[in-house]
Design a protein around this ligand. Structure first.
Ligand code: URA
Length: 195
């Protein structure tokens, strides 16, 4: 099967997914979007209000900031792949529960295996905790790991994992903004490195 067919299969499964409770409150699933050839994959937490309306990741206010960060490292949004830990919005945007993360992340794992990105940037504590747990790194707090590049074998693929702040956290607390911008520069440097 081609990459597109494999991804289409995931999208169809997510559309009818009942593996956890979140589908009941959601208007649209948000499987993820972007280039299947992306070198950079960005992983957020869960769809918010606008994402749920449109069925697309990061299209609300956090998305506007993310778009700026992406263009700030001379990439276009269509060149990266953007996904989330959970694919349906929760009521009142509460944080995903452990059983929801467990039920949903098989989709994300398959997306990573299709795209085979060089770099995965995890946005916020949930995606950082999940992705680093897969390479046996326990995360106590985001500050201890953010901005570092973890060169690891993830799901059988060589990848550099760069944890950073969630853009929504930066909108809430602008003091984090310079850190988020620095981490994106780190992403850029890693992308420019030859292998
Ligand atoms: N926040 C996220 O974590 N993901 C989105 O898609 C939008 C906001």
């Amino acid at each position: 099967m081609s990459k597109q067919e494999l991804m289409d299969e995931i999208v169809s499964e997510v559309q009818v997914c009942r593996k956890c409770r979140l589908w009941q409150y959601a208007r649209n699933p948000v499987p993820g979007e972007g280039s299947l050839e992306a070198s950079l994959m960005l992983i957020g937490e869960a769809p918010g209000y606008r994402e749920d309306l449109e069925g697309r990741p990061f299209v609300g206010s956090a998305g506007k900031l993310l778009d700026k960060l992406i263009s700030g490292i001379t990439l276009r949004r269509e060149e990266v792949y953007i996904s989330n830990i959970v694919k349906h919005r929760s009521l009142k945007n509460r944080e995903p529960k452990a059983d929801e993360v467990e039920a949903c992340t098989a989709y994300l794992d398959r997306q990573i295996q299709i795209i085979r990105p060089k770099i995965i940037a995890t946005l916020g504590k949930h995606s950082t905790r999940y992705i680093l747990s897969k390479v046996n790194i326990e995360v106590d707090g985001l500050t201890a790991v953010r901005g570092r590049g973890y060169k690891k074998n993830l799901l059988g693929l060589p990848v550099t994992i760069i944890p950073t702040f969630h853009p929504a956290a930066v909108l809430y607390n602008p003091a984090y903004r310079s850190g988020l911008e620095e981490d994106f520069q780190k992403i850029r440097e890693e992308l420019e490195k030859k292998v």
